[in-house]
Design a binder for this molecule. Structure first.
Ligand SMILES: NC(=O)c1ccc[n+]([C@@H]2O[C@H](COP(=O)([O-])OP(=O)(O)OC[C@H]3O[C@@H](n4cnc5c(N)ncnc54)[C@H](OP(=O)(O)O)[C@@H]3O)[C@@H](O)[C@H]2O)c1
Length: 258
């Protein structure tokens, strides 16, 4: 059971234009600026994971990111003047930290799990409910904020296909795009972890460890098929500053935006 129909989330309404949007195209920013010319306060979910670690690294390094609030269920064990951690157990109910979320101009949602061995109900709870809890809270306290969701290549926008994970991610994407947020869906395929970053999913880490040189080669031969943790982080920061012409970004878009 997800949050819909339970009274936890309101019925979704058609997406309303946000600030900075006009009839020329909802995802086209009026002013293209470098990320160095603006100040972005980032809310980061999933900072302890492979994707989130990469995003955190880029945010800490970028002078255009003035602060990062990392929301997680345990400490990152990392200190930095720009980093503030919020330890929060129940990601399905963020009411206690809404005031903190109001400080963010952009939310980078990197929390997620592999569906391997999971029931649809359990996978949906983490994938859909947790994501929507964050997005809905942000849309209430800071309507028009940027929300970037790490989805995945092959996500099923019809929500009717045979693949359970793809349907659930498709439903999540569709619901996000209806909220009064500047929402962007990242659909990476293969992500190469850089700078010593490791996946928390043992299977993925084993693949990255064994296939590292092959992934590097693939990236050179087919740059549109592979991205890196660094490019994902860079793309998020740039899009938070400059927007992107489309709300759904495949690997090629992520690399172009980075
Ligand atoms: N890795 C890839 O190559 C790849 C490719 C395409 C898409 N993606 C997508 O990117 C997202 C992140 O993947 P990843 O590889 O970074 O995963 P990961 O290394 O397994 O990290 C998962 C993150 O989500 C958090 N999390 C998981 N379950 C949670 C729960 N029940 N409550 C609170 N936090 C929870 C973890 O926090 P804890 O530290 O507390 O466990 C961790 O921060 C996923 O949605 C995945 O589908 C990944």
């Amino acid at each position: 059971m997800d949050g819909y129909g339970t009274g936890r989330f309101p019925a979704w309404q058609p997406r309303q234009p946000c600030h900075g949007e006009d009839a020329a195209g909802p995802y086209t920013p009026r002013f293209a600026v470098s990320s160095r010319e603006i100040s972005v306060n980032v809310i980061l979910f999933g900072a302890s994971g492979m994707v989130g670690q990469g995003v955190l690294r880029e945010c800490l390094a970028d002078p255009g990111v003035t602060g990062i609030i990392a929301v997680g269920r345990s400490t990152l064990g990392q200190r930095h003047p720009k980093l503030r951690e919020i330890i929060h157990e129940d990601m399905g109910d963020l009411s206690a930290i809404e005031a903190d979320l109001a400080e963010g101009d952009a939310c980078f949602f990197c929390l997620g799990v592999s569906s391997a061995g999971m029931s649809e109900q359990r996978y949906s709870r983490i994938t859909f409910d947790y994501t929507m809890a964050a997005a809905y809270a942000l849309s209430r306290v800071n309507p028009g904020a940027v929300f970037i969701y790490v989805s995945g290549m092959g996500t099923d926008s019809t929500e009717k296909g045979r693949s359970m994970w793809a349907r659930v991610k498709g439903r999540t994407e569709n619901a996000l795009l209806r909220l009064p947020l500047k929402a962007y869906m990242f659909r990476p395929g293969l992500i190469q972890p850089l700078h010593g970053i490791r996946s928390k999913t043992r299977l993925y880490q084993a693949i990255y460890s064994a296939g590292g040189p092959l992934i590097g080669l693939l990236k050179r031969l087919a740059p549109g098929a592979v991205t890196t943790t660094e490019q994902v982080g860079r793309a998020m920061i740039r899009i938070a500053s400059n927007g992107y012409p489309r709300p759904v970004l495949e690997t090629r878009d992520i690399n172009a935006a980075a």
